[in-house]
Ligand binder design. Structure first.
Ligand SMILES: [Zn+2]
Length: 313
């Protein structure tokens, strides 16, 4: 977008019902729902709360957009953007961000200041990964990354306590983090058309308001993947030491012996008790009947005891 481009700004308070006046630099009051503003004036709209740039031919957003510190809603979907300014991550009051149907390969903005974001829509972009910092979006309740190019999703997504709706359909996902089943607010989960051979046993498929899993190459038989020290009833000292380091260690990983460093990079989570584990006891895939049909579930248990007991050891 060059500086002469005219952009269209739409007020969308209360589902399109015009309620609040938008002020241009505090001096000019707009009286209508739609206005046209030269792009180079964008940064002066410091009181703007909602900006709609949808269905344009925008290749990149101007950095001046980051001056809009009162912006709550940004819609820039259906454009040609290959990247977005990093400073979007500094729009502290942003609640809704719509970037679907662009050409974004990355969503690598710093999310640390997007603590108020509730809705993030990124579908239909060739995005291959999401940042770990997504965990800072503690108010996020809807995430749509369907029809992207995701090969995995970060474990940190599972630290978004208000996440209710997650759409991961039409990606390249072959595995889900076991922690996804521990999202306390999750109600709607779409997983269609991925490369999932199994789901983590933490996902209680029948408890969600809606879930869909079709179009995945699910395994058709039970599989015992790995059994570690089958005669040992308790976690090894190594296991205990590693858990202690992770739970209590305020450490820098490079001061640890290489052996420990190697193991620590492979942290797993017990699907029974939720504890971190390393040399877990047993790892299986078992078919279960659900409302969605027969689904193979992956579990890794940190103890030979049953799942209720494994956090006692
Ligand atoms: Zn356990």
């Amino acid at each position: 977008m060059d500086t002469k481009t005219i952009i269209k700004i739409v007020n969308e308070h209360n589902h399109g019902v015009y309620q609040k006046k938008v002020c241009l630099d505090g001096s000019v009051t707009l009286q209508q729902d739609e206005v046209e503003v030269p792009c180079d004036s964008l940064g002066s709209l410091v009181n703007l709360e909602s900006l709609n740039l949808s269905f344009n031919q925008i290749y990149t957003l101007p950095d001046t957009i980051c001056s809009l510190q009162n912006l709550k809603v940004l819609k820039a979907d259906h454009n040609n953007m290959e990247d977005i300014p990093m400073c979007i991550g500094q729009l502290h009051h942003l609640v809704k961000l719509y970037l679907e149907y662009n050409k974004l390969k990355y969503f690598n903005i710093k999310c640390s200041s997007l603590g108020h974001l509730e809705i993030l829509v990124l579908n239909n972009n060739p995005i291959s990964s999401l940042p770990d910092e997504i965990r800072n979006m503690i108010h996020l309740h809807e995430l749509d990354v369907s029809s992207c190019d995701l090969h995995n999703i970060p474990k940190s997504i599972c630290y978004c306590p208000n996440l209710e709706t997650v759409n991961l359909s039409n990606n390249q996902l072959s595995v889900l983090p076991v922690e996804i089943g521990r999202l306390p607010s999750l109600k709607n989960l779409q997983l269609n058309n991925n490369k999932l051979q199994y789901l983590p046993s933490t996902l209680k498929v029948d408890k969600y308001d809606s879930i869909s899993v079709s179009g995945n190459p699910f395994l058709l038989e039970d599989i015992l993947i790995e059994v570690y020290t089958p005669n040992n009833l308790f976690p090894s000292l190594l296991e205990k030491a590693l858990r202690f380091v992770c739970n209590h260690g305020n450490y820098k990983i490079d001061i640890l012996p290489q052996t420990l460093q190697d193991i620590l990079t492979e942290i797993k989570t017990c699907t029974g008790c939720g504890q971190i584990c390393f040399t877990y006891y047993k790892s299986t895939i078992e078919l279960q009947q659900t409302t969605q049909g027969t689904i193979p579930f992956f579990s890794q248990i940190c103890s030979p005891h049953n799942t209720q007991m494994c956090n006692q050891t």
